[in-house]
Design a protein around this ligand. Sequence first.
Ligand SMILES: [Zn+2]
Ligand SMILES: [Zn+2]
Length: 241
Amino acid sequence: MALLSQLKATALHWLLPQTCCHCREDLASDWREPLCPACLSKLVPAEPPFCLRCAEPLLNGKILCPACSGHPCACRTIRAAFLYKGPVPALAHGFKYRGRQDAAQAAGRWMAGHFARFGELSGCDALVPVPLHPRRLRERGYNQAEILARELSRATGLPMKNLLERPKATKPQWDLDQEARRQNLSGAFVAKPQVKGLRLLIIDDICTSGSSLEECGRALHRAGASRVAAFVFARQTLSAP
Ligand SMILES: [Zn+2]
Ligand SMILES: [Zn+2]
């Protein structure tokens, strides 16, 4: 059976060679990653020094970045496996807009490989993917955050639970400033009643300003979650090069 599926995969590869999400080179038929070995080696882990709350890289010796200073956050800790640079933007484009579910699965496995670095994320009851609005889910056919969470669940044994819903369609966030992002996302997420008393880890693909994660955190706390943190595949940095 294993041989048969191997043969099938090889035949499929010859008919339809998979390409590296980043450099678009054809991948070897026995290579099972969405990036070629050279691009894979260019992933940059997100490591300190960074803001203790949101993992924004900090080079000035401070503990918190300006955005996190002076006010409490619903999502108390954000950690990322990688920085949003090198092959990551192309990989994310692959799983968001080019149907590359295999890229999201690999990203989830790689995230799982970095999870143990962050002891501050341990002790949670469930992994909660950031949901897509139902219309977006229909267009894409899958939720990439759910694929990441499923892979992380497989590796860690922590259950994945879809405890957030996204009833409100929102505008794309990329050209909005911080305040406009907050308004755009206000009320976008609703948590299910089962979250009461649970310690939850939100899972998402990319963190840019952290507004979506914060809005998810608010919704989970409103419904009675006891603690909320987040783990994302990649951190897009606002200040650092
Ligand atoms: Zn490549
Ligand atoms: Zn911060």
